[in-house]
Design a protein around this ligand. Structure first.
Ligand SMILES: Nc1nc2c(ncn2[C@@H]2O[C@H](COP(=O)(O)OP(=O)(O)OP(=O)(O)O)[C@@H](O)[C@H]2O)c(=O)[nH]1
Ligand SMILES: [Mg+2]
Length: 451
């Protein structure tokens, strides 16, 4: 285990909120430093056993509770303490000053978790999951982060990496015997193994779209012609008057975004400017944004004015459907059915709603929830949610494709082995097998102080 020789401290709770704050201390000097700052009513931090809590006093500052964790049984793997005090900005900064005067140093963002990683308490993917866990805004995002934190995700990647190592050794075997012209005894096995692994890497790459949507909130674009009732629909879904509604066509100029959790999944509903020909510069920019939101959405709610004539409805339907790609889910809505009661035109898959009266809104919500259900995250399927992992997997996928086409073209194995090694490095980089300082720096600098 790597030994850090300094001791760090930081507030672990946000200052100014709640009643209690926690200040974390970690490193070899922890107990001596805490003893210099806190007068314990019984014994001292240095004598206290691990997993114990002691009551103490910091003269002229506050009465505190100190939790003691002895190495290696702590978050960081080092001797650590957590000082629980009243949540006043003054008290927290005073205790920080006293700890620093006693020999601790103010921690960098993410430094506790970085130490936990370096000390082997968790791998890199698990360390990243700590940040995801804290920022998870829905049950689904929490579940994905929890799976990653518990190490299920890393084990899957380790199995994959081991398969590639096995492949590499098969290739090396071939290299060893190449002078004796051992004709690729195991080439077919090599191919099978390579194809299996590539398919698995491919599957993980493909899961990123859903994984990322779950982590950040599934983007749902509400699109359609002016005055169709898009903003009224956003308000009906949210149950509040968020967007401006009026009978003037072109009311919404810029996109309006709000988050709503349905069935444990967070959705980001984006109300957009109505699409029409316009010579107004600002409206044109708004429409451009509508089209961008549409193309980036996972789910598209196409809103049609139910009072339009059948041929207009057909035209409006096609205008939206034509902009939706096969990988997106489209739900087409015929709005204003409270006043426009003519039967739905033939041949169009439309759901009848009235954004104004709320008719059909609950059904629409359950349709949206099931289109992106929690089942996607609760099953065995692993979801990639981290951009760094996705990029490493994509590079590994390209390396493996190069190995495959090299094999087909009869390229000597020693040349292919290089691509294979690169793929192994890429997978290893996800759980931090190889973790250069600058990679660690960029990961942990995004954490907050005290994490
Ligand atoms: N009767 C009825 N009127 C509705 C319904 N939904 C919207 N409206 C009315 O239709 C008009 C336009 O509604 P908005 O929600 O502003 O329409 P929009 O699609 O956001 O329009 P733009 O922002 O201009 O593109 C308003 O007068 C709404 O009250 C509905 O379900 N029934
Ligand atoms: Mg609007």
């Amino acid at each position: 285990m790597f030994k850090f020789d300094d001791t760090i401290c930081a507030p672990a709770t946000s200052v100014g909120t709640g009643a209690i704050s926690i200040i974390r201390v970690s490193g070899p000097g922890t107990f001596g430093i805490v003893d210099a700052v806190v007068e314990f009513s019984k014994g001292s931090a240095s004598e206290a056993s691990g997993y114990s809590v002691s009551y103490g006093n910091i003269p002229e500052v506050d009465e505190v509770l100190v939790s003691i964790f002895r190495a290696p049984h702590s978050y960081t793997g080092e001797d650590s303490a957590e000082i629980c005090c009243h949540a006043s900005g003054f008290i927290v900064s005073r205790i920080m000053e006293l700890l620093i005067a006693a020999g601790a140093r103010s921690a960098e963002p993410g430094e506790f978790t970085r130490r936990a990683f370096v000390n082997g308490k968790m791998d890199l993917a698990q360390a990243e999951a700590v940040a995801d866990m804290i920022s998870a805004g829905s049950e689904a995002a929490h579940r994905v982060a929890l799976n990653q934190l518990k190490g299920k995700y890393s084990s899957e990647l380790k199995v994959l990496r081991d398969q590639l190592v096995q492949l590499a050794s098969l290739m090396e075997l071939e290299l060893d015997f190449s002078e004796e012209e051992v004709e690729f005894a195991d080439r077919s096995r090599l191919r099978v193994l390579l194809d299996e692994t590539s398919a698995h890497v491919q599957r993980l790459c493909e899961s990123f779209r859903a994984g990322n949507a779950i982590k950040r909130g599934v983007p749902v674009a509400i699109v359609g012609a002016v005055n169709a009732g898009k903003s009224t629909l956003l308000n009906a879904l949210l149950g509040e008057d968020r967007a401006i509604v009026s009978d003037i066509p072109g009311t919404t100029r810029d996109t309006v975004e709000e988050v709503l959790t349905l069935g444990g999944v967070q959705f980001r509903f984006i109300d957009t400017a109505g699409i029409r020909e316009s010579s107004d510069t600002i409206e044109k920019i708004g429409i451009e944004r509508s089209l961008q939101s549409l193309s980036k959405a996972e789910l598209v709610l196409g809103v049609l004015d139910g009072c339009a004539l059948p041929e207009e409805l057909h035209k409006a339907y096609e205008a939206i459907a034509g902009k939706v790609s096969p990988s997106q889910t489209l739900i087409m809505l015929r709005n204003k059915v409270d006043v426009c009661t003519a039967a739905s035109p033939e041949g169009l898959d439309l759901m009848d709603i009235s954004a104004k009266t709320g008719k059909g809104i609950d059904e629409l919500k359950s349709r949206i929830a099931t289109s992106y259900s929690l089942a996607a995250v609760s099953g065995d399927a692993t979801l990639v949610t981290n951009l760094r992992h996705y990029e490493a997997l994509s590079r590994a996928r390209a390396d493996l494709a190069a190995v495959r086409s090299g094999l087909d073209a009869g390229i000597p194995t020693d040349l292919l082995a290089e691509d294979l090694r690169s793929a192994i490095r890429e997978l290893g980089s996800i759980f931090g097998e190889i973790a250069p300082d600058e990679v660690l720096g960029s990961i942990f600098s995004k954490f907050c102080i005290g994490k």
